[in-house]
Write a protein that binds this ligand. Structure first.
Ligand code: ZN
Ligand code: ZN
Length: 379
C-alpha cells in the first residue's frame, strides 16, 4: 500500500474513532463515514476523495457546477452493490456509470490504486493557506455555527453530509436553519415540512451524538415585522435566525419599525445579515434603517447581531459592526453555508469581528449548546 493510501486509511480510521479533526489538511473526508461497515475500503477511499475534492472546491467558492460533478459521482459510488466498483475499474467501464466522467473516473482510479488523486493533491496544497488573514483566536473559540441550509430548502447537500462536515471542522453543534414558507424561490419549509424535518433531526442526533444538530429556521421578517412561521413551532425550535429577504428598499423609518418589531418578538435569537447588501458581482446596496435604534433593540431583547461570513455578503459592514460593538450587542459569527465546504467560511467573519473589536465573550456561538439553550429559555 502506498504512503498516500496509508494516510487516507489511517485518517478514515482515526475519524471513525473520533480522533484528529483538523478538517482542512487531512487527506480524507469524513462525509459518508456513516456507511463505514457497508462500503468496501477501496470504494470508500474513492468516495472520500471525491467528497474531499468537493469540500475544498466549495471552500474556495468554486462555481457549483464544478463541485456538483464530484458530489454526484460520490453519490453514485455509494449506491453501488458490493464489488461493482472494483469490477468496473478492472474492466475500464467506470465512465458508463451515471455521473462519472473523465475527471471523476481518473480520481476514482487513483484512489482505487491507493494513491492520493493528483486532482486532490493540487487542492490540498492550496488548502494549507488560510482563506483570510486574522481572526484565528476567535475562530478557535467558536464551538458551532448557528446559520446553515440543507437541500430541504436552497442548500445543495443533505443534512447528514452538512453535519458530518461540521464534525470534521471540530464543531460541537450546528443549527440547521432552512428557509420559511414565503421564500418560495428558496423552497421555504411549510409548517408540516418543518415538523417532518424535526423528526429527521431527532433521528440524526441519536446517530451523531455527542455532536448536536440544533433545530432551527431562518425565518423571513415580513413587511409588518411579523415572523413567517407558526409561533408555536418557532417556540419549539432551538435557534431562530430572522432575516429580511423582501422589500429591501423600504423607506428607512418603515424598515426600522419592521426590524424592531421582529427583534421584540420573543422567538427571535439572531438577526441575520442585517443590511442585506451584496458586495460581489452587480452587488446590492444596504437596506436603510436607523442602526442605533435597531442595535439598541437587539441589546435590550437579547437578540444577537449576526456577523455573516459569506464572502458576497460580509454583513454588517465594518462601520455598523463597530457601532454594534460600542452599543453592547451580542453577536453570532455564522457561515450561512449552503454546502459542506462553505461551513469553513467562519474565518471571514472572525477576521472582520477581530478588526472591529468584537470580544469573544460577546459571541454567542463560543458558548456550549446547553448554555445557548439556557439563554433561549430565559428569553
Ligand atoms: Zn438569508
Ligand atoms: Zn441563510
Amino acid at each position: 500500500m502506498s504512503e498516500a493510501a496509508r494516510c487516507i486509511r489511517f485518517t478514515v480510521a482515526a475519524r471513525t474513532r473520533g480522533l484528529g479533526d483538523d478538517g482542512v489538511t487531512a487527506a480524507a473526508s469524513p462525509v459518508l463515514l456513516g456507511n463505514v461497515e457497508t462500503v468496501e475500503s477501496d470504494a470508500r477511499a474513492a468516495i472520500d476523495a471525491l467528497n474531499r475534492i468537493a469540500f475544498l472546491l466549495e471552500r474556495t467558492n468554486e462555481p457549483t457546477y464544478r463541485v456538483r460533478a464530484f458530489r454526484k459521482a460520490a453519490t453514485t459510488l455509494s449506491g453501488l452493490p458490493a464489488g461493482e466498483l472494483r469490477r468496473r475499474y478492472d474492466d475500464g467501464t467506470l465512465e458508463e456509470l451515471a455521473g462519472i466522467g473523465k475527471v471523476t473516473a481518473a480520481v476514482i482510479g487513483d484512489a482505487m490504486r491507493g494513491e492520493t488523486p493528483s486532482y486532490l493533491l493540487a487542492l490540498q496544497d492550496k488548502a494549507e493557506v488560510p482563506i483570510v488573514a486574522g481572526g484565528a483566536s476567535l475562530r478557535a473559540a467558536l464551538q458551532g455555527d448557528l446559520h446553515t441550509h440543507s437541500d430541504w430548502s436552497d442548500g445543495g447537500s443533505p443534512i447528514e453530509e452538512m453535519m458530518r462536515a461540521a464534525i470534521a471542522l471540530g464543531h460541537s453543534y450546528v443549527a440547521l436553519t432552512d428557509h420559511s414558507p414565503r421564500l418560495t424561490v428558496a423552497r421555504g419549509l411549510s409548517p408540516d415540512r418543518l415538523r417532518e424535518q424535526l423528526a429527521v433531526v431527532r433521528r440524526l442526533n441519536d446517530e451523531l451524538a455527542p455532536f448536536r444538530i440544533l433545530t432551527g429556521i431562518e425565518v423571513d421578517i415580513l413587511e409588518d415585522g411579523s415572523l413567517d412561521q407558526e409561533p408555536a413551532l418557532l417556540a419549539e425550535l432551538d435557534v431562530v435566525v430572522a432575516s429580511v429577504h423582501s422589500k429591501l428598499r423600504m423607506p428607512r423609518e418603515d424598515m426600522t419599525r419592521r426590524m424592531v418589531t421582529a427583534i421584540a418578538n420573543p422567538h427571535m435569537d439572531v438577526l441575520g445579515h442585517c443590511t442585506g447588501r451584496l458586495v460581489v458581482g452587480r452587488g446590492r446596496p444596504e437596506s436603510e434603517f436607523d442602526a442605533e435604534v435597531v442595535f439598541e433593540a437587539c441589546r435590550q431583547f437579547g437578540v444577537a447581531v449576526e456577523i455573516n461570513s459569506r464572502p458576497e455578503r460580509l454583513d454588517p459592514p465594518r462601520r455598523l459592526l463597530s457601532l454594534a460593538v460600542e452599543m453592547g450587542c451580542e453577536f453570532s459569527i455564522d457561515t450561512d453555508a449552503h454546502a459542506p465546504g462553505q461551513l469553513d467560511w467562519q474565518p471571514y467573519g472572525c477576521a472582520r469581528a477581530e478588526e472591529c473589536g468584537v470580544p469573544a465573550d460577546r459571541v454567542i456561538n463560543t458558548k456550549t449548546a446547553d448554555e445557548l439553550l439556557a439563554r433561549r429559555a430565559l428569553r
